[in-house]
Write a protein that binds this ligand. Structure first.
Ligand SMILES: Nc1ncnc2c1ncn2[C@@H]1O[C@H](COP(=O)(O)OP(=O)(O)OP(=O)(O)O)[C@@H](O)[C@H]1O
Ligand SMILES: [Mg+2]
Length: 420
């Protein structure tokens, strides 16, 4: 019963026996066929190599001393071709040093000839086949792993690219917001100036008319001059305002795309940024208070500040004030002495919005964390802020939030990235 099972298992196993002594081949063949091995015989090395290529055996038994080419040569050729096919050396006692050499070249085992106990040979064959199958499995497993690894690498690459794209589109969205801001803010002064100019035109036509008809009175001229003075003044003020707005918008826009250090006044710059964001928060009835000394001149990356503040404000509006109409944001900026030589810039940002749970606050800087997935949120805003604060400005950022009450961000920037 046991024997039948063993036979079935080995049905397709091919053994190539290479030996110049026919009776050895015959006795091995006879024995192994009882165990249902399929035995192929070769009487010399050349024939052995030919059959190896043609029959694709699962295991090879090879003598060492043979005419034409000897066992060692056969062995090294097979090892080179198919290192995963077991070869067992079957050789006489006199060939011990050759046997050692054979093991070095890559033989899996050796049996001393004449084979006294055929079960020893059987055992060696079974062990070698088992080892070969384990090695094959390991190799398959390794290949599988390699494939999974390379697929993972590809996914990671795609993810990195998608992230870059998202970061870029985030920047473009910020710029888009800025353009809307420009249009909105500049509309007012330009509108006033146009009304004033057409008022002047009408008044001038009227004066011209009464002058030409000879009915111009002194009081008419005086009233005209008075109007002229006030209205032209208003035109100058409004055009001036438009010019200032354009200048600051231009600067904020350039800073958002160009990552360069330059000198700027912190309060002035924050005011410019908030101005550019005005259309997004004004119609929500939101008020932003900026507390900052007038005289902090820094040499830093304005684009980083503009992106940081834009993201924080947009988040307060979109998330914090989702269900609130008169939200308040306070931005307090101060320069603190850390010790006798070092100073630190502290930006304390707070809103009185919906806040976050502790779990959300812990994840707020994680890339792709968003509670607005599918509603326009990519979850990249705060991770960009985190990178800008820690990488570009060399500082730290911390989030404190109380649900239904407030959200605070405390940003600390070291002196080294503030001044020359
Ligand atoms: N001021 C805030 N008040 C309440 N929740 C906030 C506030 N700021 C951030 N969050 C929470 O943190 C999450 C992550 O913010 P983040 O800016 O990274 O992504 P997002 O605003 O959802 O998407 P994106 O900014 O990429 O468009 C938000 O989805 C929101 O849940
Ligand atoms: Mg955001």
């Amino acid at each position: 019963m046991n024997k039948i099972r063993a036979i079935d298992k080995k049905k397709t196993t091919k053994v190539l026996v290479i030996d110049d002594e026919a009776y050895i081949r015959e006795s091995i063949k006879g024995f192994l066929e009882d165990y249902s091995y399929d035995v192929i015989e070769a009487e010399n090395g050349i024939k052995g190599l030919e059959l190896f290529d043609f029959e694709l055996p699962n295991i090879v038994l090879c003598d060492l001393r043979m005419p034409e080419i000897d066992g060692l040569e056969v062995l090294s050729k097979i090892v080179k071709k198919s290192p995963d096919i077991p070869i067992i050396i079957v050789s006489g006692v006199g060939n011990i040093s050759d046997t050692v050499q054979a093991l070095r070249i890559g033989a899996w085992d050796y049996i001393i000839k004449p084979v006294q106990d055929m079960t020893v040979l059987l055992h060696s064959i079974e062990k070698s086949l088992e080892r070969a199958s384990l090695i094959r499995e390991k190799e398959l497993y390794r290949k599988d792993l390699e494939e999974v690894n390379s697929r993972l690498k590809n996914s990671l690459n795609t993810l990195e690219k998608t992230k870059d794209k998202l970061v870029r589109s985030e920047k473009m969205a910020a710029l888009g917001g800025l353009v809307a801001g420009v249009a909105h803010e500049i509309n007012n002064p330009v509108g006033i100036a146009i009304t004033a100019a057409s008022f002047l035109k009408d008044k001038t036509s009227y004066i011209k008319e009464i002058y030409e008809s000879g009915s111009l009175k002194k009081s008419d001229l005086e009233s005209y001059l008075q109007n002229m003075d006030e209205v032209s003044q208003s035109i100058i003020i409004n055009m001036d305002r438009a010019a200032t707005l354009i200048k600051s918008f231009k600067q904020v826009a350039v800073d958002q795309t160009v990552e360069e250090r330059r000198k700027f006044n912190l309060k002035q710059y924050f005011q410019d940024i908030l101005l550019s964001l005005k259309p997004t928060y004004l119609n929500k009835g939101c008020v932003i208070t900026l507390e900052c000394a007038d005289n902090i001149e820094t040499f830093s990356y304005p684009g980083a500040y503009s992106q940081i503040i834009s993201n924080l404000v947009m988040n307060s509006i979109i998330h914090g004030f989702k269900e609130k109409i008169d939200g308040q944001i306070t931005i307090n900026i101060s320069l603190l002495d850390v010790d006798k030589v070092n100073q630190e810039l502290i930006i304390h940002y707070s809103d009185n919005g919906s806040g976050m749970t502790q779990e959300q606050a812990n994840k707020v800087f994680d890339p792709f964390f968003t509670t607005m997935r599918g509603q326009g949120g990519t979850g990249l805003g705060m991770s960009i802020v985190f990178n800008l604060v820690t990488q570009t400005l060399g500082g730290t950022i911390e989030c404190k939030s109380v649900p239904n009450t407030k959200t605070e961000f405390i940003i600390k920037i070291p002196k080294s990235s503030l001044f020359d």
